[in-house]
Design a protein around this ligand. Structure first.
Ligand SMILES: [Zn+2]
Length: 394
């Protein structure tokens, strides 16, 4: 199993300055490599590959021994790979006819992570094992940085990343071969519906609402973004507004993660089998069936940014749920969500009219009335059980 661990770093002020410089140099490398690709694309329609940029890196380092040459070659390659990934996603979007959105330059404050792809290569976890009280990570060009290790690492450390969040620094370890910690069976199964008002609604009628503070931060973020839009480019006020937006984004991300962890943990504790919607399909059918994207309904009142902030929680949530389920030995099934919101969970009657409002479900055939999300969750569970039965029969 794979798992990641995140710990607070306690750098000395000298190390903090080096970390800032390391991040800044990686950001400049990213932007320079981006410029290279953009120019080639604009002038000749040519796409530059990762391999070429990685080869250029050798010269860049040799020409700038006190600058780019200070850092780990592998971490710089990881940054170039990150850009490569952004471009691949861009070309994928072009190919499938979606709104492409060209990869962006990373401004100050928008480049916060450096990854060392292999423990032992320009970095070393637990670099001072003989130290009686503290843990350290060694980073090339920075030194042995003290780690606040609040829980033990299990498995084998594969990659090491450093992350800046506001004024704090974190180290993130991605580990392989982490032993699973199975939970005792409960004999219970559940379907879960993912929504905006409630992140998760179960087929048992449990609703895990998106916390108010997340919605409040989303409102503040929307306001900060409107404020930013009317600031003059290059002005001091604009820089301050950018910093406010960035800080609120970090807060939203942290609150969302925290909430997703709690919701996933509750599900994994209670159920042996959890069925959820396949998001790749859901994002398409949702807009078509007009449940969450329905304009003119009460959902749309909080449209735009606010909603997209709450929406984006689903992918994060499912990723966390998958990790926890795997570790706990729980079964997870993804089902096609088509019609789950307009099918009656009691009689199976399918009609758009069954769904009265965002929250109410009332079957026009049998009269079954329920919370719309709970009704959907029951259908999702049923679809999952059918899938499992079919798989067992095959
Ligand atoms: Zn019915």
């Amino acid at each position: 199993m794979r798992r990641s661990y995140k710990y607070l770093l306690r750098p000395t002020s000298k190390q903090a300055a080096a970390l800032t410089q390391c991040l800044e140099d990686h950001r400049q490398l990213y932007n320079a490599a981006m410029e290279h690709r953009r120019t080639a694309y604009a002038k000749a329609g040519a796409s530059i590959r990762y391999g070429e940029q990685s080869a250029d890196l050798k010269h860049i380092r040799a020409d700038d021994p006190g600058g780019q040459g200070r850092w780990s070659f592998s971490s710089q390659q990881a940054t170039l790979r990150r850009l490569d990934k952004a471009f691949r996603a861009f070309f994928d979007r072009v190919r499938t006819g979606r709104t492409p959105g060209f990869p962006r330059f990373k401004g100050r404050g928008w480049f916060d992570t450096v990854e060392w792809p292999k423990d032992g290569d320009g970095c070393r976890w637990d670099s001072q094992p003989e130290h009686p009280a503290a843990s350290y990570v060694r980073l090339q060009g920075i030194g042995h940085v003290r780690v606040h290790q609040h829980r033990p690492v299990k498995g084998r450390v594969k990659t090491i990343s450093v992350k800046r969040e506001g004024s704090r620094w974190y180290v993130v370890l991605s580990c392989d071969d982490v032993p699973a910690e199975p939970l005792p069976a409960t004999g219970a199964v559940a379907g879960v519906d993912l929504g905006v008002a409630s992140l998760v609604t179960t087929s048992d009628g449990e609703r895990l609402a998106n916390p108010r503070h997340l919605a409040a931060t989303a409102d503040r973020l929307a306001a900060a973004q409107r404020d930013l839009a009317c600031k003059k480019r290059g002005s001091k006020r604009r820089r301050e507004a950018v910093a406010r937006v960035a800080a609120l984004y970090r807060t939203v991300r942290r609150q969302r993660l925290d909430h997703a962890h709690k919701a996933a943990l509750a599900l994994v504790r209670d159920y042996d089998l959890i069925v959820h919607e396949d998001l790749r399909i859901a994002n398409i059918t949702r807009s078509a069936s007009g449940t969450i994207d329905a304009p003119g309904r009460n959902v749309a009142a909080k449209a735009g940014l606010n909603r997209s902030i709450l929406d984006a929680g689903w992918g994060v949530f499912l990723t966390i749920l998958a990790h926890k389920a795997e570790s706990a030995g729980r079964e997870l099934i993804a089902v096609n969500p088509a019609n789950t919101s307009r099918t009656c969970a009691r009689c199976g009657h399918v009609a758009k009219e069954n769904r009265l409002t965002q929250a109410e479900f009332a079957c026009t055939a049998c009269g079954h009335a329920a919370h719309a999300d709970v009704n959907a969750a029951v259908n999702i569970l049923r679809a999952g059980l059918a899938l499992r039965q079919a798989a067992e029969a095959a």
